[in-house]
Design a protein around this ligand. Structure first.
Ligand code: ATP
Ligand code: MG
Length: 565
């Protein structure tokens, strides 16, 4: 790419409304541009990176024996109704209608159509195993698109699906994909933690996430350094922290707590320890109100509630709704006298004489006990905290943030049963097919990579996915000897299949160096005054120092650097 004649720009100032490092750097590097909330353009340099990621993913899928196909994005809504997933996706699906009033959706994922495709091939046990995949655009109406291309509403996903006769077959297919994923993320230069996670809307037996460990990751990971346990905190089991209270049961009393709606305020006002409090949160779960009780120092884990109630949407009630349900302002909700179902966290079961809101503005109840109200369910519904121990070995745990770049599922027979995908075994009996599915978000990988590889100057692309491996910066484009040497090198590198930028813009060298650092090209060759002696400078993006080398040795040296990666 000769920059003087190409679509190329960078932004010097911070990108507007991009709060993540990757969103900001990719925008400033002229690689992406926001079109609307959660919808992005991939500009030439960014598209090159995306294509490189796609190439690596494709190579490893082919190595794993998966066959590529392409599904439509526009799918009749009834397809998801039949599989029972229309409701599970709820508002996340984009809906549309054709001219005849037939309802369609833009596919957020493709299990259903892959089952249809598999049905074409599968008759008997001899027709399996196999694995098919696509690299295609998905649409999800995310409630909070953010972090550049990390959480968007239109994105490129690789989704693969394996089909097997039985569980053993599924386990084998799963392992092949699992190992392919490890290779892919290593090649992409993404440092991943592999964690167990919620099977969520997909259902199934096992879900493991490949999480790029970064500060901004929206997923909280729980990791035990002792036994290797690693889980998304959404599902990490909590062990009981509260010992069974041996207090005598006391008589409940109503106490006035004017303007004190938080635990801190009430505990100060009435001089009671914060550990005496039980929080009551009003949730709207699939359009029905519930009261959820956790110990004051704990947080409700919405994913656990979702799973417990097999719900598709769990949202906190609005202020108005809380007032409507409890008859009191927010901050004064409690379980006594509520006529909605109550769900309690395990920890609360060990408490006695606790404090709750009185469903009356400016009032709380003191010395409340489990006998004082009805409840529907008791379970582990809180989020794991740093005080918890590893649920597997009981040792210390630590927390990290992660961006989920890939996900592998053992679906088992969930879809084959709901969509009736069967095969005849050796004895002519009909059996359900065993499925696995495997996703990777390509744009999200690109962003996760930037989150992990950057410095104050900009992006530092790993060699395999860099938009170009080399950039030749010409210090003075009006000097013929410099331009001739640069053109010679440009041609030679390209003849050796090394993707190269020729920065022949009539700009100050400092501007060019800054731009090339910002866009993260791994190797920079500077052609300047020393060309008089036949010398150019080679500098790697990851090193501060540079080496001087003869113009005619430069290409071989670049090849060595690339091979050494
Ligand atoms: P998340 O929990 O982050 O919403 P998910 O578990 O719903 O993701 P999957 O259905 O497992 O996502 O999709 C497979 C992969 O697609 C994810 O691992 C991720 O890399 C990518 N992906 C999912 N949602 C988005 C999104 N909104 N924007 C960009 N990439 C996404
Ligand atoms: Mg996932």
């Amino acid at each position: 790419m000769e920059l003087s004649r190409s679509y190329f720009f960078t932004l010097r100032e911070q990108a507007k409304d991009e709060e993540s490092i990757s969103g900001n750097l990719l925008t400033r590097a002229g690689m992406i541009k926001k079109s609307s909330s959660g919808v992005y353009m991939y500009l030439p340099l960014g598209y090159k990176v995306l294509k490189n990621i796609e190439r690596i993913v494709r190579e490893e899928m082919e190595n794993a024996g998966a066959g590529e196909l392409l599904m439509p994005a526009l799918i009749q809504e009834e397809v998801y109704e039949k599989s029972g997933r229309r409701d599970a996706f709820g508002h996340d699906m984009f809906n549309l209608e054709d001219r005849f009033g037939k309802r369609y959706v833009l596919a957020p994922t493709h299990e259903e159509l892959f089952v249809e495709a598999a049905r074409m091939k599968i008759k008997s046990y001899k027709d399996m195993p196999f694995n098919i995949y696509q690299i295609q655009t998905k649409f999800r109406d995310e409630p909070r698109p953010r972090y550049g291309v990390i959480r968007v509403r239109e994105f490129l996903m690789k989704d693969a699906y394996s089909f097997d006769r039985d569980e053993k077959g599924l386990n084998d297919s799963y392992n092949v994909m699992y190992n392919a994923y490890k290779k892919i993320f290593a090649r992409l230069g993404i440092n991943c933690a592999i964690v167990k996670s919620d099977t969520g809307a997909m259902g199934g037996l096992l879900s493991e996430e490949f999480q790029a460990v970064t500060d901004i990751g929206e997923d909280k990971l729980v990791i035990c350094n002792e036994c290797g346990y690693a889980a998304n905190s959404e599902i990490a089991k909590c062990t009981l922290l509260t010992n069974k209270s041996d207090e005598e049961l006391k008589e409940r009393s109503l106490i006035k707590t004017p303007n004190a709606g938080t635990i801190e305020e009430v505990s100060k006002l009435i001089n009671e320890d914060a550990s005496k409090f039980v929080k009551t949160l009003i949730y709207k779960i699939d359009e029905k109100f519930y009261a959820v009780l956790v110990k004051g120092c704990h947080d409700v884990n919405e994913a656990k509630i979702k799973k417990l109630l097999k719900a598709s949407e769990v949202v906190l009630a609005s202020f108005e709704e809380v007032e409507e349900v409890t008859g009191a302002k927010v901050g004064f909700a409690g379980p006594i006298g509520l006529d909605i179902p109550v769900i309690i966290d395990n920890e609360v079961m060990n408490m006695k004489n606790f404090i709750v809101g009185a469903n009356k503005t400016d009032y709380h109840y003191k010395d409340v006990n489990l006998e004082d109200f009805n409840y529907l369910l008791v379970d582990d519904i809180r989020s794991i905290t740093k005080d918890d121990k590893c649920p597997k070995c009981g040792k210390e745990i630590s927390f990290k943030n992660g961006i989920e770049v890939g996900n592998t599922f053992k679906l088992g027979t969930k879809y084959s049963e709901s969509l009736d995908l069967t095969y005849l075994d050796k004895d002519n009996n009909l059996n359900p097919v065993w499925m696995g599915c495997y996703g990777i978000g390509l744009g999200r990988c690109m962003a996760a990579c930037v989150e992990q590889h950057n410095d104050e100057k900009g992006i530092i692309w790993p060699m395999e996915i860099a938009p170009f491996k080399v950039t030749i910066v010409v210090v003075n484009v009006n000097d013929d000897s410099q331009m001739d040497a640069a053109n010679y090198l440009y041609k030679e590198l390209r003849n050796n299949n090394i993707s190269t930028i020729l920065d022949d813009r009539n700009e100050r060298p400092g501007v060019k160096f800054n731009d090339m650092d910002l866009i993260g090209i791994p190797i920079r060759i500077t052609v300047g005054n020393k060309i008089k002696d036949g010398i150019v400078e080679i500098k790697q993006r990851t090193n501060e120092s540079f080496e001087e080398i003869s113009l005619y040795d430069a290409c071989a040296r670049v090849e060595d650097i690339i091979d050494g990666e």
